[in-house]
Design a protein around this ligand. Structure first.
Ligand code: NDP
Length: 395
């Protein structure tokens, strides 16, 4: 049993007008299990109301009462970057670090070196690329994430972005909002998705859910994966499998990216790959910003090689005000939000609590949640990640 632990938690800021006093809906829909049969998080208890804001500092992932009751010290901050940040100052004392990909506390090798007590890094969400996994393995740090917690939400967001861009929704909404009725302006870049070739780079939990959700739109579906999907799934969805990202990119009008950020996927979408796509292709990226070369994307939009780029992931995060993706033409970018809907927050907050309960009680953490354990990739990490580091360029 572990006691008197220092839990250092980095969360995004509260809303500028303070925490909501009410919410648009009174409850969240019931979801009994994830599509592959994996059970939802099973903590012994929760101390929060699902559907309320949990991912910001005051929400504290609903962990405060539980941790303080159990005698641990819980430090929550949004101040995460630079040597004078609260995060960096508290790290030397931290036993556990919790962070969300939306507002990542980058755990670089240098920071890990400064954290002699650190034994557990939890990603409240999915995607642990903000941790130098190589350094975590070398320092015996366990890395976990709450696998599947927000995958379906991200898939919904990707589908929304595909439709949004191909139909060119955002400018049309702007005309309506601003009192206009400029039909010709509205439709001069607007297409139907029907009949287009739509592909997913990776068909794991999110990518497969995107392919399933796109099928009713009468499109041709493609994918590229390290482990090919079962033939029944390919047949049911009418999928064309591609051995390489390049073959996939050449075939598609719309490419949606769903692989993890790892050394071999960093800057995978570079000049060569985007140059190989059809003129006027669209890219959706809800995976990680660093999978794409940022200047290449901006140039391809300016030249018309890409007709649109949508996504919610950037590098670094938060993105600087002058990041080229904020102002490049025909973009449909949002801050990193797709995985942190109120429903997503409830699930990954419960999953974080489950991981902590196991950790304190010296019980095994489910293998679905493990990325690194005992000095090597483990569980989901062993299947879907590769060793190495993708944090270079932060801070
Ligand atoms: P999964 O692990 O289920 O899927 C990832 C898939 O990528 C796996 O099937 C893996 O294959 C495959 N893969 C790995 N490398 C390659 C490659 N080089 N080419 C093709 N396929 C590859 O994870 P999820 O679907 O749940 O999440 C995917 C990513 O989405 C996360 O890693 C994260 O970065 C991002 N994400 C973003 C969120 C957001 O809010 N925007 C929220 C949640 C996740 P295999 O396992 O067969 O080796």
């Amino acid at each position: 049993m572990k006691s008197n632990q220092n839990i250092l938690c980095v969360l995004y800021d509260d809303p500028v007008d303070g925490m909501p006093l009410s919410y648009p809906r009174d409850s969240l829909p019931e979801v009994s299990c994830y599509p592959d049969g994996q059970t939802l998080p099973t903590p012994d208890n929760i101390d929060f109301t699902p559907g309320q804001l949990l991912g910001s500092v005051s929400g504290g992932l609903g962990l405060k009462d539980f941790l303080e009751r159990s005698g641990h010290r819980f430090i929550v901050t949004s101040d995460k970057d630079g040597p004078d940040s609260v995060f960096e100052k508290q790290l030397p004392e931290a036993d556990v670090v919790i962070s969300q990909p939306f507002w990542p506390a980058y755990l670089t090798r240098e920071r890990i070196r400064k954290s002699p007590n650190l034994k557990l890094a939890i990603t409240a969400g999915i995607g642990s690329d903000h941790v130098d996994l190589q350094a975590a393995m070398e320092h015996g740090i366990t890395v976990c994430e709450v696998t599947f917690s927000n995958s379906i939400g991200v898939a919904e967001h990707a589908v929304m972005m595909i439709l949004n861009m191909v139909r060119d929704f955002i400018p049309q909404h702007e005309y309506a909002k601003n009192g206009g009725w400029n039909i010709a302006d509205c439709v001069k870049r607007s297409y139907d998705i029907e009949g287009m070739h739509v592909g997913c780079l990776a068909a794991g939990r999110i990518g497969l859910a995107v392919l399933q959700r796109m099928k009713p739109f009468a499109v041709h579906l493609h994918y590229c994966e390290r482990h090919r999907l079962p033939k029944e799934v390919e047949d049911e969805l009418g999928l064309t499998f591609h051995e390489s990202a390049e073959s996939l990119a050449k075939a598609c009008d719309v490419l949606s990216i769903h692989c993890p950020l790892m050394p071999e996927t960093e800057h995978l979408l570079n000049d060569r790959l985007i140059g190989a796509m059809k003129r006027g292709s669209y890219i959706v990226n809800t995976a990680r910003g660093k999978i794409c070369e940022s200047e290449t994307i901006a140039r391809a939009l300016a030249s018309g090689q890409l007709a649109g780029y949508a996504g919610d992931v950037w590098f670094p995060q938060p993105a600087p005000e002058n990041h080229p993706w904020r102002t490049m033409p025909n973009n449909a970018m949002t801050p990193h939000t797709s995985g942190t809907s109120l429903a997503g927050q409830a699930r990954y907050a419960a999953g974080t609590r489950e991981i902590l309960e196991c950790w304190f009680a010296d019980k095994p953490i489910r293998s679905e949640y493990l990325i690194v354990e005992k000095g090597k990739l483990a569980g989901t990490g062993a299947r879907s990640y590769t060793a190495g580091n993708t944090t270079s360029g932060v801070l």
